[in-house]
Design a protein around this ligand. Structure first.
Ligand code: PBG
Length: 336
């Protein structure tokens, strides 16, 4: 016996013509399922304590390490583009085994946060909470006997988060992938009276080769070994969901999947299971690929970038952290 489905496939009914709704741009707009807006973007900024004027990152065309003195101008521009938030990364003037620059009161991120608060008071300031830019070995925590010591690192991450909150950060973003980091940070923030400082947890952060250009930008590549002992195996989706659930139970206000483009299935699955806002980090390698192909004329940079951002949104991300934020905000303004 032939099924209905067989009949339908064999003889498509011509009462169903999906092309009817694709005839004009206005019709397409009317039935579009996913909208893209600058209001969902977070723009990462690299602030370098050692420089006096911006320096372009070679593997990330259009992205600059900023000096503290150039930061005010930059964030005013970001605010004018109606991008609601920046994520601050710091390059300190000194590194040591314990990453003390990460939690120094006059550390680069702490200074940067104060500058941003003054120059663009409405901007939501998110800060990356990790030690890798501040340790002389480049790992995300304290190294003991060749491995990153989880519980000892928690204290330093908590101290870092508190110092960011004290400087005026609205959201702290633990990215070290230490077990219990969200709980340790929530507890420390509350103890210091920062009950309104939010936590955006890098919950499902995979040990990805797409971070290469970032490590050049932030000078944070590990001197020995790699990060697979703490970051997640790119092959694991169920584990990503477990990490996300754990972080929510520890007090994360927003959770993240990272990278984005190669992990759309993780984003989609997470979206189905959680009610807190979900962020996706479209990382440095994703940006570099599109830029490089665009420069060669192999891809149309603008339409590919907008397509990728739309796909990340369609998969279920509420917030997109992207190096394209400024350009995409301009492209979206032109389109309207
Ligand atoms: C810090 C951190 C990294 C990124 C964000 N925070 C690097 C890493 O884990 O090696 C990567 C961001 C990007 O590639 O754009 N731990």
């Amino acid at each position: 016996m032939k099924s209905d489905l067989y009949e339908l496939t064999a003889k498509p009914s011509m009462t169903q013509r999906p092309r009817r709704l694709r005839r004009t741009e206005t019709l397409r707009l009317l039935v579009r399922e996913t909208g893209l807006s600058a209001s969902t973007f977070v723009y990462p900024v690299f602030v370098d304590q050692r420089i006096t004027k911006p320096e372009e990152v070679p593997s990330m065309p259009g992205i600059f390490r900023l000096s503290l003195s150039s930061l005010a101008g930059e964030v005013s521009e970001i605010e004018a583009l109606k991008i609601p938030s920046v994520m601050v990364f710091g390059l300190p003037d000194r590194k040591d085994a314990l990453g003390s620059g990460a939690y120094a009161n006059d550390g680069v991120v702490q200074q940067a946060v104060r500058v941003i608060k003054k120059a663009a008071p409405q901007l939501v300031i998110a800060t990356d909470v990790c030690l890798c830019e501040y340790t002389d070995h480049g790992h995300c925590g304290v190294v003991r006997g060749g491995v990153v010591a989880n519980d000892e690192t928690l204290k330093l991450l908590a101290r870092t988060a508190v110092s960011h909150a004290e400087a005026g950060a609205d959201i702290v973003c633990p990215s070290a992938m230490m077990d219990g980091q969200v709980r340790a940070i929530r507890t420390a923030l509350d103890e210091h009276g920062h009950i309104d400082t939010s936590i955006l947890a890098y919950s499902a952060k995979h040990a990805s080769s797409f971070y290469g250009p970032f490590r050049e930008a932030a000078e944070s590549a590990p001197l020995f070994g790699d990060r697979r002992g703490y970051q997640m195996d790119p092959a694991n989706r169920r584990e990503a969901l477990r990490e996300i659930a754990l972080d929510i139970s520890e007090g994360a206000d927003i959770v993240m999947v990272k990278p984005a483009l190669s992990y759309l299935d993780v984003i989609a699955e997470a979206r189905k299971r959680i009610t807190v806002p979900l962020a996706a980090y479209s990382v440095s390698g994703e940006y570099a690929m599109i830029k490089a192909a665009g420069e060669r004329g192999w891809l149309n940079e603008k339409s590919v970038a907008l397509e990728v951002l739309t796909a990340i949104k369609r998969a279920g991300a509420d917030i997109i952290i992207t190096y394209f934020a400024k350009e995409a905000a301009r492209w979206l303004q032109e389109a309207n």
